[in-house]
Design a protein around this ligand. Structure first.
Ligand SMILES: Nc1ncnc2c1ncn2[C@@H]1O[C@H](COP(=O)(O)OP(=O)(O)O)[C@@H](O)[C@H]1O
Ligand SMILES: [Mg+2]
Length: 307
């Protein structure tokens, strides 16, 4: 996308947005509600015309080559219209027909997308009887029917319970492994960031960040905390001193008989820490990296605190 702008009346929903998603990428498109994610994805799905700018999918222009794009692209909207009085199988048959897939090929394709989305056992269940997580997976199954190379999934994990979210994530990982290009949106950074090869953060129609998660963390100087416990706890003060002298270490504090190490550069990994502890004579009883505060990074980026 190059310089894409889309207005609804006087509201600028997407403002001069430029973005590249390469082959094999899993791109997490992250931003708060109303940021312009759905609008951007609808433009790429050829459902909305931008007011200005150029957008291409697989080299095809969204304004003039919609037919070619629709053949290679699967778009799952944020709100899934399901037909309540159909079974899962009938639902997929319907879309297979809509995509002009030959009758004799339909059975096989439907079987394979049911298996991929783990819905084989539900094929005779009414769509209305599926849990939300299953309905979302059915939505993914539906956009896979014409075997697209590019998938645009608008908030596929929203409203799912933790278990269903994990299942959705593993489905997306599987799709990525199959070599599909994925653009997946979410208003929650942590829901997606770790499985994405790159992320873009959008706010008020503008892209405030695009890059890898490691780059986002680095840019925001989001620190990472690691708790170290030693069998020979008497050595902790010496180890603390030694670690504190290292560049990527912000601080190393004794707390409750353990050592709390703050890494100011989360991109550097942990190996050197372990080596240093051992070199100082420490016998490591536990080494627990704590979850990086992704939300903090997100807030910093969207507040424009980082340029
Ligand atoms: N059809 C529409 N008509 C008018 N305003 C719209 C329409 N669709 C979206 N908007 C507005 O455009 C902005 C971006 O919306 P959207 O792309 O849906 O954001 P997101 O998907 O990130 O929540 C919001 O302010 C929203 O209210
Ligand atoms: Mg949306």
């Amino acid at each position: 996308m190059r310089h894409i702008t889309k207005r609804y009346g006087s509201l600028v929903a997407v403002n001069n947005l430029s973005l590249d998603i390469g082959p094999g990428e899993v791109f997490g498109f992250i931003g708060p509600n109303g940021a312009g994610k759905s609008t951007t994805m609808k433009i790429l799905a050829c459902l909305l015309r931008p007011d200005s700018g150029v957008a291409r999918v697989g080299g095809h222009n969204v304004l003039t080559e919609g037919d070619q794009i629709r053949r290679m692209l699967g778009y799952m909207p944020d709100f899934l219209g399901v037909y309540d009085d159909l079974t899962v199988d009938e639902y997929l048959q319907f879309f297979a027909a809509a995509f002009s897939i030959e009758r004799r090929r339909r059975r096989k394709i439907i079987e394979s997308v049911l298996e991929l989305t783990d819905l084989t056992s539900k094929q005779h269940t009414m769509v209305s009887g599926l849990s939300r997580g299953m309905q979302q997976r059915l939505g993914v199954a539906r956009v896979l029917i014409h075997e697209p190379r590019v998938l645009l999934l608008d908030e596929p994990a929203s409203g799912l319970d933790p278990r269903a979210r994990i299942e959705m994530r593993s489905l997306l990982t599987e799709l990525a492994r199959m070599g599909k290009v994925l653009m997946v949106s979410s208003h929650i950074l942590t829901e997606l960031a770790e499985m994405c090869s790159s992320i873009g953060i959008i706010e008020r129609g503008e892209l405030v960040f695009a890059g890898t998660l490691a780059e986002a963390l680095k840019r925001t100087r989001t620190s990472e905390l690691i708790r170290v416990r030693l069998e020979n706890a008497d050595l902790l003060p010496i180890v603390a001193q030694r670690l504190e002298a290292l560049d990527p270490v912000g601080s190393a504090e004794l707390r409750d008989g353990t050592l709390l190490v703050e890494l100011t550069d989360p991109g550097v990994g942990h190996h050197f820490l372990i080596e240093q502890v051992i070199a100082a004579g420490g016998r490591i009883a536990a080494f627990e990296p704590r979850e990086v505060k992704l939300e903090d990074a997100f807030l910093k980026l969207t507040r424009g605190a980082v340029q």
